[in-house]
Design a protein around this ligand. Structure first.
Ligand code: HEC
Ligand code: HEC
Length: 351
């Protein structure tokens, strides 16, 4: 496992990529404490990472975005950074071990805090898909009263009074004022570096047959089988199809999900298919964190959930034995990428 992880990180991250092709202020030699920014490249056999034309990768934006991600001053009460809810050791999902997350003034979020792993490959953001870029998404938590409760001018004023940020923004963007566009572009750049691809499953796929237990191997085959049907929506290697589905959690959806955005009756109760990577680190499952174990998730799928018009064909009683459910869980557990969770560079920056 350790050997495999070293091998993988060596060949898949291009440490030499500092070509300065991005925006102004590129120094070609940017670091922040122990953080040496590295432009991620797609693991072999994966789709390409989408770097938007207007916001290409640069090491200086990566460094700045990481610091902003862990910056409590971006919240009104100066104690709620993005990382307050999205913890690195939890695969950037809910930190608190409670069903919902607490924002400013302990206002709770109405949904579970999702992982931020592999969003460089995503086309829509939030459980209901209401943001179409990471840049646009970042405004959501910054301005939401129950999350960070700030306004653009307040954020700009705070950052513009901090000598570290004056330096880091100049390094990332050259001259000109600190703006919310620059804040959100840096955050998005950092988020796109959060790539999880070194689980035992990935090592097994790369040829290490001992990386999966016999039970996990049986679970992998079942996962892809017509009997269980999981891979129809949770498509490897990202374990999402990027689509929205109603998996029959409620007879009448409590949270409208996609339907709350489109207003279409057929979208009620549809949510974005989440990745299944790092589930053992995220602990709470579904948009409302209703399940607290993978056993409970499997019981739901096996029972088939509430029938929904127009029901997803795979959401029906599956008839899995308890041994088969255990095998599926072994497989899901093998999607946890310890190297990702422990990547020191992703953690709190040294001041
Ligand atoms: C108070 C807790 C909290 C804070 C603080 C917070 N988030 Fe979130 N985040 C959430 C919740 C809850 C959701 C899901 C909301 C939804 O889908 O409606 C979410 C969703 C997201 C998503 C979408 C993920 C996906 O798969 O679509 C991204 C990206 C994200 N947050 C980034 C950030 C960034 C960047 C910050 C800081 C600027 C931040 N979050 C601050 C709780 C939080
Ligand atoms: C029709 C598409 C579809 C199929 C088939 C499907 N899923 Fe899901 N899965 C989803 C969606 C959508 C969600 C998110 C629902 C929500 O948040 O309320 C989800 C959520 C999950 C979660 C919770 C993830 C998290 O981080 O909260 C797990 C675990 C999971 N599915 C495993 C499976 C397994 C195992 C199977 C096969 C038995 C399966 N899924 C079949 C679409 C599907």
């Amino acid at each position: 496992m350790v050997l495999g992880a070293t091998l993988f990180s060596g060949c898949l991250f291009d440490r030499a990529d500092r070509d300065g092709s991005g925006e102004g202020g590129e120094t070609g030699n940017v670091t922040d404490g122990d953080y040496v920014p590295v432009k991620p490249v797609s693991p072999a056999g994966w789709p390409s990472i989408v770097w938007p034309k207007e916001n290409p990768y640069t090491p200086a934006k990566d460094v700045l975005g990481r610091r902003l991600f862990f910056e409590p001053a971006l919240s009104r009460t100066q104690n709620r950074a993005c990382s307050w809810c999205h913890g690195a050791l939890e695969a950037f999902a809910d930190v608190h071990g409670d069903s919902m997350s607490f924002g400013v003034g302990s206002g709770t979020t109405t949904r579970n805090t999702p992982t931020l792993a592999n969003l460089a490959f995503a086309r829509t953001f939030f459980f209901d898909g209401r943001a179409s870029t990471l840049e646009a998404q970042a405004f959501g938590p910054l301005y939401a009263a129950n999350e960070m409760d700030m306004t653009g001018p307040e954020i700009v004023a705070r950052l513009s009074a901090d000598t570290t940020y004056i330096r880091l923004f100049a390094q990332a963007y050259g001259s000109g004022p600190i703006t919310m566009e620059r804040v959100t572009r840096a955050l998005a750049t950092y988020e796109r570096t959060l790539i999880s691809f070194r689980s035992p499953y990935d090592l097994w796929r790369a040829g290490d047959s001992a990386a999966l237990s016999p039970s996990a191997k049986r679970g992998e085959a079942l996962f892809r089988s017509a009997k269980a049907g999981c891979a129809e929506c949770h498509v490897p290697p990202l374990f999402t199809d990027g689509g929205f589905h109603n998996i029959g959690l409620d007879s009448v959806p409590v949270d409208p999900g996609l339907g709350g955005i489109t207003g279409r009756p057929e979208d009620m109760g549809r949510f974005k298919t989440p990745t299944l990577r790092n589930l053992t680190a995220t602990k709470f499952y579904m948009h409302d964190a209703r399940f607290r174990s993978l056993q409970r998730v499997l019981e739901h799928y096996n029972a088939g959930g509430f029938p929904q018009p127009p029901g997803a064909p795979s959401i029906r009683p599956l008839g899995l034995t308890s041994g088969e459910q255990d095998d599926l869980i072994s497989f899901l557990e093998a999607l946890t990428d310890t190297a990702f969770l422990q990547t020191a560079e992703y953690h709190f920056p040294n001041r």
